[in-house]
Ligand binder design. Sequence first.
Ligand code: DC
Length: 233
Amino acid sequence: MNRITIAIDGFSSCGKSTLAKQLAQHLGYVYIDSGAMYRAVALFVMENGLVVDGRLDEDGLLGELDGIDIRFQHDPMTDKSATYLNGRNVEQEIRTLEVSNHVTLVSPVPEVRAKLVKLQQAFGREKGVVMDGRDIGTVVFPDAEVKLYMTARPEVRAQRRFHELRLKGSDVSFAEVEANIHQRDLDDTTRKADPLTKAADAIEIDNSDITAEQQFRKALDIVLGVLAQVGQE
Ligand code: DC
């Protein structure tokens, strides 16, 4: 059967990764979390003294950029794929609110985006990939056969992320999570380099009032429809 590329974009905490993982597992495709790569760069600047008084030392980062190695590898402890930064498993660390708060320092830097987009395109060269992010259908894979654009009301997204962080044992407040989501929405849509926009040929799914299972069924119908078409070409 022909393999295709599935691009899933949308705001923070829209359930993109849940859907992407479900689709990848069902189809036997590879799932790539592009946000994890931006998070890994954020962790790198935090750990290497490149954030001073809340501001990014951009020249410092550009000087180090070639030496930042980000890859996804199997973690034998969890039996899942994990994000590795310069050989170290950072899967847990990159999910904290502190890293979320630093991502918007690095995600607008064009050189960072260029490096990560190139890596993402290499991951998808063989097709059979589901990738989620903000610019996947517009910049990384403009020719993706399926493009989904996920949305949900901001309060629903904040509630979901708050619940997720609390389950992981974090003591963040709802107000902090809400503020972070609001800030990232603003940064994602207003940055000059590759802002979040809906690709003209993307199909929008608002999941505010549907379950993850209903969302999966909806997306799978779309994918199977495209696969049937591609198979006939
Ligand atoms: O999907 P996420 O919340 O884990 O993404 C983390 C951050 O990375 C998010 O604030 C926006 C940024 N990002 C991006 O700029 N481009 C992407 N393709 C994916 C994420």
